[in-house]
Write a protein that binds this ligand. Structure first.
Ligand SMILES: Cc1ncc(COP(=O)(O)O)c(C=O)c1O
Length: 397
């Protein structure tokens, strides 16, 4: 007889045995630098809340007010009865912030990638993707009917090769979509979007950048990677992002032309068939944009902290990889060492997660630390002193 559910426990146990299961840590309170995790006071070094906005008074107040004026939920999907005035206001504010013609907000960044990418290409088309793109891009590409090609990580020359190869295809591809992360989340390096956009223009290809880790971080006032490279807006056709990282809330979004947005909301199944943001979420996102526009000190502090932490760690002899952003990997090599380092750090009051195979190559295990504008110099000195103590203990430095 077939056992319909035996695989659930079997596969889970196999993950536990190979130590590939997620052991969830529980945050008891807001995501702030000094927080309580699993009942222990620790210093948070692994949150994506880069600017500390998830606990910003103006962001919290906006969420509370919106519950009073609009209720706790939106009542529907956007195309039926779930588009409220605050959703429209959020999209207008975001487009203005990004200097784009229009923006569209999705439930999450994952929903934006999974909902839009498959609609941009069909059977007669080609998608060209960086080999280290985020899983949500990979899944969006998997849902698409077009052909697929990969170029070497951030390698514009290799992209050129793939594009030249694509031009030989017969019949000629109807459309070509080049897609890349803006900032790569495991290594913190930045995509060469200027070179990509230049090549795309020559081949009449669309450019789609996922700037989840670039907005609030890169560019003028945290406007993201398009601003960082001072690119002509029209050369980057889809600028995708998320409110779940530097903006401190939740929600995916795209910015670009009015044509893009009109097309996207009529075609993205994740947008059409899934409930819209509750009012407090939409209002908190508007307030987060407001804070970014009016309080430039947060982005400035994030970079000060980033420079200080990277330099101090390097001076101690740690390998902090090739990151160009606040994502600061502390490379240790073997998975077992990364796990041990993380658990010893936690015992000593520092919360920083290990990133191990299969998320990265077997010999590229690391602790991925994320800098945050709300960390003080004392916080950073404490973190560094603990890395130094345990790094020596484990013979990493
Ligand atoms: C590069 C990248 N794209 C997309 C996402 C998904 O964003 P969201 O959390 O809004 O679903 C993430 C989040 O992990 C990410 O790092």
């Amino acid at each position: 007889m077939r056992n319909p559910t035996a695989f659930l426990a079997e596969e889970y146990q196999a993950l536990v045995k190979s130590e590939l299961d997620w052991k969830l840590r529980i945050l008891q309170g807001p995501s702030t630098p000094r927080c309580i995790v699993d009942g222990k006071k620790v210093l948070m070094l692994c949150s994506n809340n880069y600017l500390g906005l998830s606990d910003h008074p103006k962001v919290k107040e906006a969420a509370m007010q919106a519950i009073k004026t609009h209720g706790a939920g939106s009542g529907s999907v956007r195309p039926i009865a779930g588009t409220m005035d605050i959703h429209i206001e959020l999209e207008k504010r975001l487009a203005k912030f990004k200097h784009a013609e229009a923006s569209l907000v999705y439930q999450t960044g994952f929903a934006a990638n999974a909902g839009l990418i498959p609609q941009l290409v069909g059977k007669e088309d080609l998608i060209i993707s960086d080999e280290l793109n985020h899983g949500s891009i990979i899944d969006g590409v998997r849902l698409a009917h077009g052909e697929r090609a990969i170029y070497k990580h951030t390698d514009v020359e290799d992209l050129k090769r793939v594009l030249n190869e694509a031009e030989k295809h017969s019949p000629a591809y109807r459309r070509i979509l080049i897609i890349t992360d803006g900032v790569f989340s495991m290594d913190g390096d930045i995509a060469p979007l200027d070179g990509i956009a230049e090549l795309a223009e020559k081949h009449g290809a669309m450019v789609y950048v996922d700037d989840a880790h670039g907005e609030g971080v890169l560019g003028d006032g945290g406007r993201g990677i398009v601003s960082h490279f001072k690119l002509d807006r029209e050369k980057v056709h889809v600028e995708m992002g998320t409110f779940s990282k530097a903006f401190g809330v939740v929600g995916g979004h795209i910015s670009g032309s009015r044509d893009l947005v009109d097309f996207a909301y009529n075609r993205s199944r994740t947008w059409l068939l899934s409930g819209s943001h509750p009012p407090p979420v939409a209002a908190a996102c508007i307030a987060a944009i407001d804070v970014l526009e009016k309080e430039p000190q947060h982005v400035k502090k994030l970079w000060e902290n980033t420079r200080y932490f990277k330099k101090t760690m390097k001076d101690l002899g740690f390998d902090v990889g090739n990151s160009q952003t606040p994502i600061t990997p502390v490379m240790v090599g073997q998975s077992g060492v990364a796990k041990k380092l993380s658990s010893r750090l936690f015992e000593e009051g520092v919360f920083a997660l290990p990133i191990v195979f299969p998320m990265v190559a077997r010999d590229k295990a690391r602790i991925r630390t994320m800098m945050n504008a709300a960390l003080t110099k004392e916080d950073l000195d404490f973190a560094v002193s603990m890395f130094k103590k345990i790094g020596k203990e484990l013979h990493i430095i």
